[in-house]
Design a protein around this ligand. Structure first.
Ligand code: HEC
Length: 321
């Protein structure tokens, strides 16, 4: 039966080749449809009919077989046996006692089975039970082994995780970035109240560059004064000292021709150029402009002084964050 079923598609498939041959021989009777000649169609129909016939015959054969068997030895009817109704106590006894999940987890044994656990010795009549290791304990114990294997593979064999040294280096790198960001931020939040006197070389260098690009036109290349006043003497129109100078530069004196630099320079730059100007004090350049304003004496220069500072952020500054 199965073999015939398998054969059928082959026969159907081979029919186009058949048709091609016929075309070549130029024997072309009418085309009834499906691209098949009438003789091919007939063959296919006959095949289908044979298949159906085969199927029906096999089914009938099986049916007859069953009937024949039944006649030789008929299957007896099922006899339903009535079970006697149990009272509660006998039902309880019959019921298989299943340990609860809790008992399983703690590996507790029912009291009836305790006699199996007694170890064969006693001290002053006290006997010992050989209780099994609880399941939860075993779970933890073997769990640590599985964990250790995973850990070993992840960190040491596979090298997927970072070891302590690498983690430390990563943390330091991260902190370094954060510190740089903090320094940048704190530098840009300087104002006339928080600005500090700072004569470190880097700051003065920065200040000089800023002064040379922005200020020389009015104050002279050495701060001797042209349109603007002399910045190298002890006399100040708007007060000396780092915070006064910072304030003058930041807000300017627009009415007198000194513009506000707030928009063109950031606070860090203003602070640098202020410190640079203070460093010019007493240089006495040739052709210096006559003194203007009042002599300025910084009473609390000690307070605002920051002479030897390698890092402008102190530890307390960082921890404040
Ligand atoms: C357009 C010319 C001009 C430029 C550019 C200029 N200034 Fe001035 N500056 C002046 C004038 C004018 C004054 C005097 C203001 C007054 O009389 O109140 C002054 C005053 C000052 C003072 C106050 C001096 C005092 O005696 O109190 C400081 C400090 C100062 N300038 C710094 C700077 C710095 C720093 C720059 C560059 C970033 C700069 N100035 C650029 C014209 C200029």
């Amino acid at each position: 039966m199965k073999k015939i079923k398998l054969l059928l598609p082959f026969i159907v498939l081979s029919s186009p080749a058949f048709a091609a041959d016929e075309k070549a021989a130029l024997v072309m009777p009418g085309e009834p449809g499906l691209g098949l000649t009438s003789s091919e169609l007939l063959i296919v129909l006959l095949l289908i009919f044979t298949m159906v016939l085969l199927f029906v015959s096999v089914t009938l054969l099986n049916a007859f077989k069953v009937m024949y068997k039944e006649q030789l030895s008929p299957t007896p009817y099922v006899i339903i046996v009535k079970e006697p109704v149990l009272d509660y106590d006998s039902w309880l006894k019959k019921r298989p006692s299943k340990p609860s999940i809790w008992n399983k987890l703690l590996s507790l044994k029912p009291i009836e089975e305790e006699h199996n656990l007694v170890i064969d010795h006693s001290y002053d009549g006290i006997k010992e039970l050989n209780n099994p290791v609880p399941a939860w304990f075993n779970f933890l114990f073997f769990g640590t082994m599985v964990f250790a294997a995973g850990y070993l593979f992840y960190y040491h064999i596979g090298g997927y995780g970072d070891l302590q040294d690498k983690e430390y280096a990563n943390e330091i790198a991260k902190a370094e970035i954060e510190k740089a960001a903090y320094l940048e931020k704190s530098a840009n939040t300087i104002d006339e109240n928080s600005v500090k006197f700072d004569n470190t070389a880097i700051v003065l260098e920065d200040g000089k560059t800023i002064f040379n690009t922005n200020c020389v036109v009015c104050h002279g290349d050495k701060g001797q004064g042209i349109i603007g006043p002399n910045l190298t003497d002890e006399y100040w129109i708007h007060g000396g000292g780092v915070s006064n100078v910072f304030k003058t530069i930041k807000y300017g004196v627009p009415a007198k021709g000194m513009i506000s630099w707030e928009k063109n320079l950031n606070p860090k730059q203003i602070s640098a150029v202020s410190n640079y100007i203070l460093s010019l004090n007493g240089t006495n350049p040739p052709g210096a402009k006559a003194k203007q304003g009042e002599k300025y004496e910084d009473k609390d220069v000690e307070d605002s002084e920051m002479k030897e500072v390698a890092d402008s952020v102190t530890k307390t500054d960082v921890s404040k964050k």
